[in-house]
Design a protein around this ligand. Structure first.
Ligand code: SAM
Ligand code: SF4
Length: 477
């Protein structure tokens, strides 16, 4: 049931600030000694029963310092991830459309004051060339990324979305387009929704108001509250898959984790559905940006924040990007990530250009650490027992927002997502894989088909895989 303010004779609370620094500090500050092991174990057990954790419980996990207990938290997250998501990892790629920007985020190479930035917006034909190059890799899911500029109006974003969906090269097509762009007003979100987007992501960057003011000194993004309520407006406009995130390295990572959980609770309370995904980018080097603030998040802390978020929100997708180097991605994926990008390039127009040897920071938003191809990432995922997936079924069958939440009960993911992962993997192996990846990929498909969890679906799946081998595409449950 949707929250209706008139019923309670209140103003529309969904449009009001809901992050209280005092509240978060109260939870994080209370009790100086590390929490009781029994309490921590009780919280892990609650999460393993697939229950959402409250702020008090998340704070307890965040305050744990004892090494063996920290390992128990990580182990809990690993187990929860396996129980809820199986070994499936959804793959996507970012497509940067334009880097003109009127804001001045101190950490970003695209900021207006960076005179070294080389600015560009893809023309329609350049956009099409990039999409074709992405389809030639085997990509099916993209996220379109834009700076914040009057040129990138809702109508322009919607038109870009329609163009991308219309590009079909060979057996390639883009089946789900997500957006990471400036916050819009409700009308703007409606315009973009009508073009058929999947998720709209807006990261708050830092939920700490004073730090936010320090890093966002110009343009519309300087308004903390307008950004904080962005995804409420998106939901009001009918976009029910939204993505939240924080840029880790601007302020205390524990505070940001608490705020992400608080933001989740707010969306759940107002719209009966939480965010579809949470992102947790770590601050990277960027053109002419030197941030030395003592808040950089080390690898161990990064693993803990992912593990604690996983336990806090068992059913929310978690996105790990190629900002992180290969060895970190390999390690932290196990503790809760459900989606990663692969084969990514963030220089504008780079997918359809021959690869340069060096990254040019003046053409990019930040430094990208994992530059492997999609095929290399898929090959490695398989080596590590993961099942790559390009599935887009839920969004196309209307299993989004509240309906997605209804479906994502125990068992659903194994019943629908694993079969769809196998079908989309089979397409990839037929159309794009290198011989080495194809060989191990088919082996994994056959091993998974023999898995007990799939016994009800085995005959139907085998039939569909044979149809894919015979040239049919886009078969899903
Ligand atoms: N311009 C829009 C905005 O700011 O919301 C959308 C796109 S912005 C290019 C996407 C995200 O990149 C930002 O929300 C921020 O979290 C992240 N980002 C910016 N600079 C970064 C850096 N130096 N390192 C890592 N991530 C960064
Ligand atoms: Fe512009 Fe976004 Fe970069 Fe800020 S993070 S400068 S809004 S592109």
């Amino acid at each position: 049931m949707k929250f209706s303010p008139e019923k309670y004779e209140l103003e529309d609370v969904s449009q009001q600030p809901f992050i209280s620094e005092t509240e978060i500090n109260k939870y994080l500050g209370s009790g100086s000694a590390g929490p009781e092991p029994s309490k921590v174990r009780e919280i892990i057990a609650k999460s393993l029963e697939k229950n959402r954790l409250n702020l008090q419980e998340v704070a307890t996990l965040l305050k744990t310092t004892d090494e063996p207990l920290l390992n128990e938290i990580k182990e809990g997250a690993r187990k929860l991830k396996e129980d809820v998501y199986g070994n499936r990892i959804v793959l996507f790629a970012p497509l940067y459309v334009g880097n003109y920007c009127t804001n001045n985020c101190r950490y970003c190479g695209f900021r207006a004051s960076n005179k070294n930035a080389q600015r560009k917006t893809l023309t329609r034909s350049e956009l099409i060339c990039d999409v074709e190059a992405l389809e030639d890799q085997g990509q099916k899911r993209l996220i379109l990324v834009f700076g914040e500029h009057p040129d990138y109006s809702p109508e322009y974003i919607a038109e870009t979305v329609r163009t991308v969906y219309s590009v079909k090269k060979g057996k390639g097509e883009i089946r789900r387009l997500n957006i990471n762009a400036a916050p819009l007003d409700i009308e703007g979100f409606r315009t973009v929704k009508e073009a058929g987007i999947g998720t709209y992501q807006v990261f708050q960057e830092t939920y700490h108001p004073e730090t936010y003011r320090k890093y966002h000194t110009g343009g519309k993004k300087a308004d903390y509250n307008f950004r904080l309520a962005a995804l409420d407006r998106a939901m009001e406009a009918g976009i029910d898959d939204v993505g939240i995130g924080a840029l880790f390295g601007l302020y205390d990572w524990r505070f940001e984790v608490m705020a992400l959980v608080r933001h989740t609770s707010h969306l759940e309370a107002c719209f009966n559905t939480g965010p579809h995904t949470i992102s947790f980018p770590r601050l990277q080097e960027a053109s002419d940006s030197h941030i030395n603030n003592g808040y950089r998040v080390g690898d161990e802390e990064f693993t803990m924040l992912i593990s604690i978020l996983r336990l806090a929100v068992p059913y929310t997708g978690m996105i790990l990007t190629a900002r992180e180097p290969e060895h970190v991605r390999k390690e932290v994926i196990r503790f809760g990530c459900s989606q990663i990008d692969a084969g990514s390039k963030i220089e504008i127009g780079a997918y359809s250009r021959p690869a340069g040897i060096f990254q040019d920071l003046n053409k990019e938003q930040f430094f990208l650490n994992d530059n492997r191809t999609l095929d290399e990432v898929i090959s490695e995922l398989i080596d590590h027992g993961q099942l790559p997936s390009f599935c887009t079924a839920c969004y196309r069958l209307g299993r989004t927002g509240e309906h997605f939440m209804e479906f994502s009960v125990p068992g659903f993911i194994k019943r629908f997502c694993t079969p769809n992962a196998l079908l989309t993997m089979a397409e990839y192996l037929c159309d794009y894989a290198t011989p080495g990846t194809a060989e191990k990929g088919w082996r994994v498909i056959h091993e998974t088909l023999d898995n007990n969890d799939l016994k009800d679906r085995k005959a139907e799946l085998t039939d569909r895989i044979n149809r894919i081998k015979n040239g049919e595409r886009d078969l899903y449950f």
